[in-house]
Design a protein around this ligand. Sequence first.
Ligand SMILES: [Zn+2]
Length: 461
Amino acid sequence: MTIRLHNTLGREKQDFVPQDPSRVTLYVCGPTVYNYAHIGNARPAVVFDVLFRLLRRTYGEDAVVYARNITDVEDKIIARALEEGTPIPEITNKYADIYNADLAGLNVLPPTIEPWATKNIDRMVEITQTLVDKGYAYTAPSGVFFDVAKMDDYGKLSGRNIEDNEAGARVAVSDEKRNPADFALWKFAKEGEPEAAIWDSPWGRGRPGWHIECSAMIASHLGTTIDIHAGGIDLQFPHHENEIAQSECAHGAPMARFWLHNGFLDMEGEKMSKSLGNVKLVHDLLEQWPGEVLRMALLSGHYRAPLDWTRDLLEQAKTTLGRIYGALQRVWEADGGTANDTAVVKALSDDLNTPIALAELSRLASEAHQAADADDTARMAQARADLLAAGQMLGLLRQSPEEWAHGGSDDEIARIDALVQARVDARQAKNFAEADRIRDELAKEGIEIMDGPQGSTWRRN
Ligand SMILES: [Zn+2]
């Protein structure tokens, strides 16, 4: 099945044909690790995880090389280290671990490669040197800058021209730059900055600019021209524009054949911002909601459209997912079907149409109910296999229906099972005070015990 993707470069959906189907290359800009990720940061990680799954399904698991970087040297990290008096690696290791644990909670597969910026400094210096040698870069008092006026098609990704940039945007203004849109390739170290953020270079001690980090990691780990570069729309300008400028002027070849951008995530109709106090951290959300509910909510809209993150959206995702797990429960024992995920693959192959793919998941759930109503074992087995295969593509239904109903990990379920059994034992020993104590303890956690002729079962309220 041909995959069609909306390419920001051509501003249209195009047939995706990789340069080499045995090595399909994908890069997504990763986090700057100095604090917790918010749910807007998780959107690209989740939607492009679906792309990763689709590419693996299409070209083979080993044929896709997906790199998502860790930015572990950047101004904000240095500021945090100085402010707290904490060594930089302590900060970056801590928040990289938290980021990866949060994403695992959202069923995001680990990328094939997770390059760290500080492990690729040599390549950053090398690319900067090439740009200086070719006349695309100049040295100023605070560092080495890229001269955007030297590149004929600067601005082609975002459709901005150099004059637009003077109007402001996220471009730092400074007297030392020839043009306001020029950006730092190398920043000289300032007095008092931590040694862990300082490297030698032909121009003086310092650190790389943020944009050159991605250019270098892509060149080192994926190649000069990659198949797909993806990220949030907020990175399109200036970050991705500047990645293109550096890589293409240094290498004389296109940086990426496809550029994909996901839309913004809003909070109850407003922009998410610190000043509005409406920033939702993935870490906190995962304590309040099952990870699959958050994931389903993130995939409920098309990735290119803005997504309004609301309580209703989450409630709806939880209800829908509960219904699908309910259907799966009814066919759970009927294994042996041969999965057919064609409809979901077809939806995703059309520019990652996750709303249609999710509708297909609901249709398969209805089919499971009908098969169970008809007590048709072969049909039930087929419905089970189809549901699980569709779930695999979307990164959903990764739990058993029992785990879903019990709302926890295997360890957590085992702990509650043991308490429920301890209560049964206490009752049999006529130790009713102990039995009641256990019941009350579980009730405090929102767990209800139901006594029936088959014994005691429990559920989470
Ligand atoms: Zn990047």
